[in-house]
Design a binder for this molecule. Structure first.
Ligand SMILES: [Zn+2]
Length: 99
């Protein structure tokens, strides 16, 4: 067995360096040693077996995309609130109230 000293992500199986703290593919925390027990947390989550083709991209990529998407939505909501609150306030200050 040729062990080059490299580690593998227990989540997606991607090869990771010894200095890597997180998986470059799915962002799994590699500093935590993989727990080898009979029952894994995946026993609770009923995930259908992914097709071998989409396993290359990894499910972690999609979760990261979802996080990014949700963050963008939250950011957009904050920007909208900012626009609807601050802009009328500033326009009221600059334009003067009434005549
Ligand atoms: Zn990974």
């Amino acid at each position: 067995m040729a062990e080059s000293g490299g580690r593998y992500c227990p989540l997606c199986g991607r090869a990771a360096g010894l200095m890597d703290r997180f998986c470059a593919s799915c962002g799994y925390n590699l500093s935590v040693p993989p727990v080898r027990e009979g029952r894994v947390e995946t026993d609770q989550v009923r995930v259908p077996p992914p097709p071998s083709d989409s396993q290359r991209s990894g499910p972690g990529v999609w979760s990261r995309v979802k996080v990014l998407f949700g963050g963008c939505i939250v950011l957009a909501i904050f920007i909208l609130i900012f626009l609807f609150v601050v802009v009328p306030f500033l326009s009221g200050l600059l334009g003067g109230s009434g005549q």
